[in-house]
Write a protein that binds this ligand. Sequence first.
Ligand code: BEZ
Length: 401
Amino acid sequence: MRNLEACRGGRRRAASAAAVMLAVACAVDPSGAAAAEAGKVRVGLMLPYTGTYAALGHAITNGFKLAVSERGEKLGGRGVEYFTVDDESDPAKAPENATKLVKRDRVDVLVGTVHSGVALGMAKVARETNTLMVDPNAGADELTGALCAPNIFRTSFSNWQPAFPMGKVAADMGHKTAVTFTWKYPAGDESVGGFKDGFTKAGGKVLKDLTVPFPNVEFQALLTELASLKPDCVYAFFAGGGALKFIKDYAAAGLNTRVKLYGPGFLTDGVYREAGAAAEGLKTTLHYADDLDTPLNKKFRADFKQRTGREADVYAVQGYDTGTFLLQGLDAVKGDVGADKALVKAWEGLTIDSPRGVFKLSPSHDPIQDIYLRQVTGGQEKLLGVAHKALADPGTGCKMT
Ligand code: BEZ
């Protein structure tokens, strides 16, 4: 998609010797293969590096760069140039930030982001400019649902995906009633929707949905209300700094010994060590578990630790898998990012060998993957089993055109 523009741009700018050579090459080879050889693959990383999701953005970036460095800093045989924007998890700034990467930096592919609302704004720019976009976290259901597009791919999850199995898990534990608690934005709403879907199908009843605006972490008043509702259990969606604060506040209010708290794994990933005793016993569902017993997961965790000094989490895995996804797709088209149809076809057919286990993409470009049940025990997040095998998001409303 992008290097055909390089050919057009090369013709417009044919003043320098290099531009003349590029223009000649493009005239001889309009498919853009010559342009592909002409330079580095330009990767636009649009992620949060400040705010409540900062740690997530850094983990994704580190995971992505680890995958690329394992392959000699090359994608499809070409070097890589990174262009980075801190999106601050601010949906209002998303169109401008994404446009900067596409128009000013002329990136070949947009990689981002974490926050569902920001991802929706970014995807709008990707659709309008026909730029390839790979989403390494944001779960906005619509991205691989009604707003799906041939040039938009997700290597992470839909918000519904890890939440739905938790509904059945909670019901199977004998809980009849639940209260939900989340930030009021698409990811929170959709995660709660997934949980309700699973819980009510299994016979449970949700008494009330409690919300705070994103990224507010003043939970006290609603925790008091929650206690008065006396549910059998609570389902909460929070992540990053907000998840850490929620887990601590929940325990400080004495609720952790009275009302079982569940959530998607974002509630504990990256924060359970720091939460300490407040996180003990928490059960969550997610498409990753630290202690998955595979050679790739062990190697990935060791390499990530060595490179960053940090323990890997689901965000690091998603970054790593996004790097692998780009590597394998660009290898298939020999680095020619302009071979759009061939690249899309290659990505649609890929089997990704991930630290989370092997996965492929659904027709709407979202991973079909196992969802694991985990529990924080003795200061470690332990795998309890598979909550749902090979779960595919329904991709509701997706029509690829
Ligand atoms: C989201 O906004 O989609 C999201 C953010 C953090 C963790 C999981 C999902």
